[in-house]
Design a protein around this ligand. Structure first.
Ligand code: NAP
Length: 258
């Protein structure tokens, strides 16, 4: 006997679809039957590759280049998505700017402003349009990919945790205000993931000895996560089997924040 997840039929808008984590989310949601609206910022060739792969496997994927911090551009994105799809079942925020590890006393103020604007205002623009869309159509699932670091203040990584803490509160706010409209809103909190920003940080900013120390001493499961670990958590939270789950953050971090 096997148990399969089931989903309300409709498209999935994945913001940050060209990221290490967002790519896996696009691929797994497509496998689950959702037409994908892949939103990227600069990496058109990766967007094209993901689209081609999904379509070759019999799925549907349309790509849109959007700066999420531009409110009008996000509104246009939803208008285009509505022309393509009669129902948008899922909206996933898996985007975020790149930045260097730095202690609070050493963060250049301009970099702080850039990160807060790109991440918090970008997420707000997407979330606000998602709520309006979901209310019009009578429900939907919102996912915020944040960070497990919101559970416990990380050292030299506040630019990851602070904006994601704001996004977590926004998502919980949606759950509280809009549950009565059939909207569920949850977050997934990645720990150290061997993809995207996490992989780049481990390869470029840390020595192999530091990476090994992190693995052995800070992660109870003693391994790094994969992008698919985050994608499957998001898929579960959007499934009908998670139909009574809202306003929650599922940390997917090998137990690092226990
Ligand atoms: N990977 C990890 O280990 C890990 C752990 C904890 C938390 N997280 C968080 O999870 C999120 C996704 O992580 P990731 O590793 O997949 O990051 P990533 O590989 O760096 O991908 C970031 C994504 O965000 C997009 N993006 C950046 N600025 C944007 C903007 N202004 N408008 C629209 N899109 C924009 C990028 O688009 P283009 O590439 O097309 O420019 C890309 O698709 C990040 O915010 C990260 O902080 C990651």
């Amino acid at each position: 006997m096997s148990i399969a997840l089931s989903f309300v039929k409709g498209a999935a808008i994945v913001a940050g679809g060209t990221g290490g984590i967002g790519e896996a989310i696009c691929r797994r949601f497509a496998e689950a039957g959702a037409p994908i609206v892949l939103v990227y910022h600069g990496n058109q060739s990766k967007a094209d590759t993901i689209k081609a792969d999904i379509e070759a496997a019999g799925g549907q994927c349309d790509t849109f280049k959007v700066d999420l911090s531009d409110t009008a551009a996000v509104e246009e994105l939803f208008a285009s998505a509505r022309q393509l799809h009669s129902h948008i079942a899922h909206v996933v925020y898996a985007a975020g700017p790149g930045f260097d590890f730095a202690k609070i006393g050493e963060i250049p103020p301009e970099q702080w402003k850039y990160v807060i604007n790109a991440d918090v205002n970008g997420a707000f623009n997407l979330i606000q349009c998602a709520v309006q869309q979901f209310r019009q159509q009578g429900g939907g699932n919102l996912i915020g990919v944040i960070t497990a670091a919101v559970e416990c203040v990380p050292k030299a990584d506040i630019m990851s945790a602070a904006p994601k803490a704001a996004i977590e509160m926004l998502v919980r706010g949606v759950a509280k205000e809009s549950g009565k409209f059939g909207i569920r809103a949850n977050c997934v909190g990645p720990g150290w993931i061997n993809a995207g920003l996490g992989k780049k940080g481990m390869e470029e900013k840390l020595s192999p000895e530091q990476v090994e120390k992190i693995r052995k001493t800070t992660i109870p499961l003693q391994k790094f996560g994969e992008a698919d670990d985050i994608a499957y958590a998001a898929l579960f939270l959007c499934s009908q089997q998670a139909g009574f789950v809202t306003g929650q953050t599922l940390a997917v971090d090998g137990g690092a924040q226990i």
